[in-house]
Write a protein that binds this ligand. Structure first.
Ligand code: TYD
Length: 206
């Protein structure tokens, strides 16, 4: 089982899933928590290049290729082996982030991003994608209120960029209704955590 967490900045997806992981582990499931870009030493090195605030000259296609390269390495080293061992992989961001950020907001087009990612992923799609949906104005406010979170190159984009990210995610949810569940991330933390657990359990019991 491969579960991915998606959403605009400041959606609280990482915190929301912590409770779900504890609950699933108590039920005896073996969970691997990971994130993109990153999750393995090589992918973390690629992450540093992508998110470095100094890299203002990065070309959009270079950005898209680096995300895909990081993804490939992470699949090979971490995701595929864990799935083979019967574990549940829960990954913070995956392919849909590339579709929303590079395809939608950067304007490279969904089809172009699907093409480079089909080479990188060999067609690995998540079984379940939880979209933590939030108005980017609220999400960005949450980030700036959170002093412990380091601001990265993508966070520095204008509000309009983040609105495009959100709208593309919502379009993707319509396009892939079988794997997408939308969670209203503007609710209280407890409600978001509850909705997250419910969505995962109902997929596991399918
Ligand atoms: P991160 O600090 O992990 O963000 P968050 O906590 O919001 O998940 O930074 C990852 C950034 O990279 C985030 O702004 C989303 C962006 N991103 C893409 O643009 N394309 C991608 O394919 C992925 C995986 C992430």
């Amino acid at each position: 089982m491969f579960i991915t967490l998606e959403g605009p900045e400041g959606s609280g997806k990482t915190t929301a899933v912590e409770k779900a992981v504890t609950r699933l582990e108590e039920m005896g499931y073996q969970i691997v928590r990971t994130r993109e870009p990153g999750g393995t030493p090589i992918s973390e090195q690629i992450r540093n290049v992508i998110l470095d605030k100094e890299n203002t000259k990065m070309d959009p296609r270079t950005e898209a290729l680096l995300y895909a390269a990081s993804r490939r390495q992470h699949l090979v080293e971490k995701v595929w082996p864990a799935i083979k061992e019967g574990k549940i992989v829960i990954c913070d961001r995956y392919l849909d982030s590339s579709l929303a950020y590079q395809g939608g907001a950067r304007g490279l087009g969904i089809d172009n991003i699907l093409n480079i990612n089909s080479f990188a992923t060999e067609g690995t799609f998540p079984d379940l994608t939880l979209l933590f949906d939030i108005d980017p104005e609220i999400g960005l406010q949450r980030i700036s209120a959170n002093a412990s979170r380091e601001v990265n190159r993508l966070d520095l984009e204008k509000l309009d960029f983040h609105k495009k990210v959100r709208n593309t995610f919502l379009e993707l949810a319509k396009q892939y209704p079988d794997r997408y569940v939308i969670i209203d991330a503007s609710q209280s933390r407890d409600d978001v955590a509850r909705a997250t657990i419910e969505a995962i359990l109902s997929r596991l019991c399918k």
